[in-house]
Design a protein around this ligand. Structure first.
Ligand SMILES: CC(C)(COP(=O)(O)OP(=O)(O)OC[C@H]1O[C@@H](n2cnc3c(N)ncnc32)[C@H](O)[C@@H]1OP(=O)(O)O)[C@@H](O)C(=O)NCCC(=O)NCCS
Length: 155
């Protein structure tokens, strides 16, 4: 098994252009739901996420995850990925635990996530299947300037 003792986990606020490029490549390789994401949109998602965790083998990005949270009631974990060369060595578990241990997530009542195939992995970490609460709206993202109703206008 690959020696991962030198692998580093870092909380980050934003990513440089070069690291965003590495993230794009990592998603193309290992994250089927995020293969087509462009750098600009990734940067926006990261700017609105807290915490954001990156995993490094020297200067090679080998893992990523992020969460969104209200800090008290609910948090959701997104985009958990470990490079295929490094899977099966405990890094995915440590990645999720690093997200969970950040105060913006650890203080919330509930932590959610969505997964298509990896239920057994998350069960090892303590997550439970929760079929009772999930709904989704396939939204049409608005690219034009939004006009708010009168009462919602920000002064
Ligand atoms: C899912 C993923 C993050 C797991 O990372 P990893 O580093 O390989 O996982 P770990 O080595 O930390 O595994 C932790 C535990 O989960 C188990 N596990 C990992 N993947 C598993 C799977 N697919 N099925 C069953 N058990 C699994 C491991 O055997 C280990 O068990 P242990 O408690 O007995 O030691 C990684 O496989 C990945 O990036 N996959 C592609 C992207 C993806 O699907 N991400 C999840 C999207 S929701």
């Amino acid at each position: 098994m690959i020696d991962c003792s030198h692998v580093q986990f870092r909380y980050v606020e934003n990513l440089t252009f070069e690291v965003l490029e590495q993230l794009q490549q990592l998603f193309r390789l290992a994250a089927f739901w995020a293969k087509d994401r462009c750098r600009e949109d990734l940067a926006t998602a990261i700017a609105h996420s807290h915490p954001v965790v990156t995993v490094w083998d020297c200067d090679r990005l080998i893992g990523f995850s992020r969460a969104t949270s209200d800090g008290v009631y609910r948090a959701t974990i997104w985009d958990v990925v470990i490079h295929p060369d490094y899977q099966g060595a405990g890094l995915g578990r440590k990645l999720v635990q690093t997200v969970l241990s950040h105060p913006h997530v650890s203080r919330t009542e509930r932590v959610y996530l969505m997964t298509t195939h990896q239920q057994p992995f998350y069960e090892r970490i303590g997550f439970e299947t929760n079929s009772s609460t999930t709904m989704v709206l396939f939204n049409q993202p608005m690219t034009a300037t939004v006009s708010l109703p009168q009462e919602a206008t920000v002064q």
